[in-house]
Design a protein around this ligand. Structure first.
Ligand code: CP
Length: 364
């Protein structure tokens, strides 16, 4: 058998074996059915690279990463040995549930090892140690480091001292590129056709983003990757209470894109048009967390179209009703679940080990 989807569907009818996951659970095989062969040379572009920003990704790299993630998810790749000689440092100077744990889980699932900082107070930072010196330690102790930091500049500063790849796990209000990979992995499983050629207008997506791309890192990185699928997006509508939710940097990207960007404060009146809603209400604004846009809440009574899906990077606030969890609108748990697979795909690509886990008959 020479294509991935046929091989995998036959030996794993239910790739989401974890039955506790509520909501919409699109089958990863659907993504591979559209394009069965993995293009390893495209993934090779990530080898030895740091991942600092969503702007590093283009359409073909994102799609090939998502396909590799789908391959791994379908096989439920057992704790293999592909990265057994590698150590990942997960250095989180700001709280995290999903990003740190899913990176650690991803690394362990491909045979790698992890060391972790879960709280800056347990490091030399508490004694005034500089990021420069901490960077030197990462070089000595690990082969790749995932860093989350409250300071936007921390990631860029660290790149000056690091000799190993650095993955941005969220830097202040700036970027969260691997969260955006997880977001789009969920969407590409749900509607694989948006990745493969231009669709008739009636099938193109209308996306609503609740939040402010100018100062919310997940929203900014999600929007950056959304623009890669401009052929199949009709409109993106930003719902925000701020006068200028984009800011200069993201406005430059949207101005250069053919995608129409709308602004609205009428979420409830817009629901009948939206196919995808990206919801996030927590922003880090320099001195702490703020809950923004909680007036733009969704719950089981919201007048959503039957097939509308909701993404949310979590943690959840009052903006996302618990009564949506069991509905087909809930793509947010699948989004969080898929983060493990897309991060495995990313790590394998960074270490140039894709060919160690994918048989040559599936590689193009
Ligand atoms: N989505 C996300 O970044 O979640 P955590 O803050 O739990 O890592």
């Amino acid at each position: 058998m020479s294509d991935l989807s046929a091989a995998q569907v036959s030996h794993d009818a239910d790739p989401d074996r974890r039955e506790g996951i509520l909501g919409n659970r699109p089958n990863p095989a659907a993504l591979l059915e559209h394009s069965p062969m993995l293009r390893a040379p495209v993934l090779d572009r990530l080898q030895d690279s740091s991942v600092l920003s969503a702007t590093q990704f283009d359409n073909e790299l994102l799609v090939e990463l998502a396909k590799l993630a789908a391959y791994l998810q379908l096989r439920q790749f057992p704790a293999g040995h592909a990265l057994e000689d590698k150590i990942l440092a997960a250095a989180f100077f700001e709280p995290s549930t999903r990003t740190r744990l899913s990176f650690e889980s991803a690394m362990l699932r491909v045979g790698g090892k992890t060391i972790s900082v879960a709280d800056a107070k347990t490091t030399g930072v508490a004694k005034g140690e500089s990021l420069r010196d901490i960077g030197q330690m990462f070089n000595s102790y690990a082969d790749v480091v995932v860093v989350r930091h409250t300071e936007q500049r921390a990631i860029e500063d660290l790149t000056e001292y690091l000799k190993i790849p650095l993955i941005n796990g969220g830097n202040g209000s700036d970027e969260h590129p691997t969260q955006a990979l997880a977001d789009w992995y969920a969407l590409l499983k749900w509607r694989p056709e948006i990745a493969f050629g231009k669709l008739p207008e009636e099938f193109r997506l209308n996306i609503g983003i609740i939040g402010t791309p100018g100062n919310m890192r997940t929203v900014k990185s999600f929007l950056t990757l959304a623009l890669l699928f401009h052929e199949n997006i009709n409109h993106i509508t930003i719902f925000s209470e701020m006068a200028d939710p984009l800011g200069d940097e993201i406005r430059e990207l949207t101005n250069a894109s053919p995608v129409g960007i709308n602004f609205s404060q009428d979420l409830q009146g817009s629901l009948e048009y939206l196919d995808v809603i990206y919801l996030n209400a927590i922003a880090f604004l320099g001195d702490g967390y703020r809950h923004l846009g909680t007036e733009f809440a969704l719950d089981g009574d919201s007048k959503l179209k039957p097939d509308t899906v909701i993404l949310h990077p979590l943690a959840r606030g009052a903006e996302l009703g618990l009564d949506l969890d069991a509905s087909q609108h809930n793509l947010y748990f699948n989004q969080a679940d898929g983060a493990v697979w897309i991060r495995q795909a990313l790590l394998l690509s960074i270490f140039g080990r894709v060919r160690d886990v994918v048989p040559s008959t599936f590689l193009g």
